[in-house]
Unconditional design. Structure first.
Length: 253
């Protein structure tokens, strides 16, 4: 993978940038702080099967860094990541993203923060099986209102960025696991988010493909300044991280 290929690409679609508030357009460098403040999460509150999954978690995620959050299965990693990514609200506490206290936002406003600032990559890739690689990557841009031709052009650029320019027309079943995950990474970058969250993103990959995916993330981090937060129980991911946070039983340890 040539370093050069990360410099030629325009990662900032004009139309989306124009829609964004001035403050974030002015510092369009992918560097945004996320603060998790005293976050607790209780599932099934008040019922017999009540479960306290996060207990007063406070942490700061530094912009431009790769942070891994490690911990055994059941320790609350996915719950924490879903709260950081505004997919779920905490029972108490808050997450401050780029200076915005998300606790104060309506559901619509929260969805907008999620759409504009956050990209997700999941263990099972979550690609749409009936769509080709370029269509999968174009989809979030189409949903955000971008025209078909522009979305396709940008999807192709992003697939080049993840070294898949020769797989544009392939459907997920015609791609290896590692290739599917690289399509999913391209899709996560589609709307030019500030932060990319990964939940066990190497969990379904063999060691060779895991390494290739992690090298790709490291290159995107180094050349484009993307912030990554990766939750995992795979200790190998530590080697790629600027910072590792350990969790056990719903707490940072
Ligand atoms: P991890 O990702 O570290 O494995 P999770 O955040 O997925 O941990 O889950 C933490 C605990 O919360 C587990 O015991 C799990 O069974 C439970 N849990 C997760 N999601 C829910 C839910 N929607 N309702 C009830 N319990 C849940
Ligand atoms: Mg999990």
């Amino acid at each position: 993978m040539h370093k050069d290929k990360y410099h030629g690409i325009k990662l900032n679609p004009m139309k989306e940038a124009a829609k964004r508030p001035v403050r974030s357009a002015a510092r369009d460098d992918h560097r945004h702080d996320i603060e998790v403040k005293c976050v607790s999460k209780v599932y099934n509150q008040g019922k017999d099967n009540e479960l306290k999954v996060l207990k007063n978690v406070t942490l700061c995620l530094h912009p431009g860094e790769i942070t891994t959050i490690m911990g055994p299965s059941g320790s609350g990693k996915t719950t924490l990541l879903d709260i950081i990514g505004c997919l779920m609200r905490p029972t108490s506490g808050t997450v401050i993203i780029d200076g915005v206290d998300t606790q104060r936002l309506s559901d619509d406003e929260l969805a907008r923060v999620r759409r504009e600032k956050i990209g997700f990559v999941f263990q099972n890739f979550n690609l749409i099986t009936t769509l080709t690689a370029d269509e999968n990557v174009a989809l979030p841009m189409r949903i955000a209102g971008m025209g078909k031709a522009q979305a396709r052009e940008r999807a192709i650029s992003l697939l080049k960025l993840v070294d898949l320019e020769n797989r544009l027309g392939h459907k997920p079943t015609e791609l290896s696991g590692g290739e599917q995950q690289r399509v999913a990474i391209a899709r996560a970058l589609a709307n030019n988010p500030k932060i990319i969250l990964g939940d066990e993103l190497t969990g379904n990959l063999d060691s060779k493909n895991s390494a290739k995916v992690m090298e790709l993330l490291k290159a995107l981090n180094k050349t484009k300044g993307y912030t990554f937060v990766l939750v995992t129980h795979d200790p190998n991911l530590k080697n790629y991280a600027d910072r590792t946070i350990n969790m056990a039983d719903g707490e940072i340890i």
